[in-house]
Design a protein around this ligand. Sequence first.
Ligand code: ZN
Length: 129
Amino acid sequence: MFENDIKLAKEARLNAWSPYGKYYVGACLRCKDGTTYLGCNVENHGIQSICAERTAFVKALSDGKREFETIAIVGAPVGEEPTVECVPCGYCRQFISEFVDDKFKFITEDNGEIKTYTIDDLLPNHFDF
Ligand code: ZN
């Protein structure tokens, strides 16, 4: 399943809009009901850009999804295949922390090896109330 979600994230990555950073990111968010939501990064010269991870979450949340299992993330400069792992930025880590618990897995691929992380791995002592 993790490999398949990495594959879907790679497909979603091709839809990225990144004329400034020229770095394409794709994400595949898997909900506990088995549905998946894809996301890509969308840059903008005038306002805050949105990362692939938050794109996928916002798509799922706006469809009423609230329970999530995993998110696969891949990224690489435009024109290159993702080979080294791509982990969420600080903004995404805090954003995602509101919707997941420590069972949720972040999935990356690093030189062909699947790696997983929990929110506590990526953002220990995250803001919560
Ligand atoms: Zn981000």
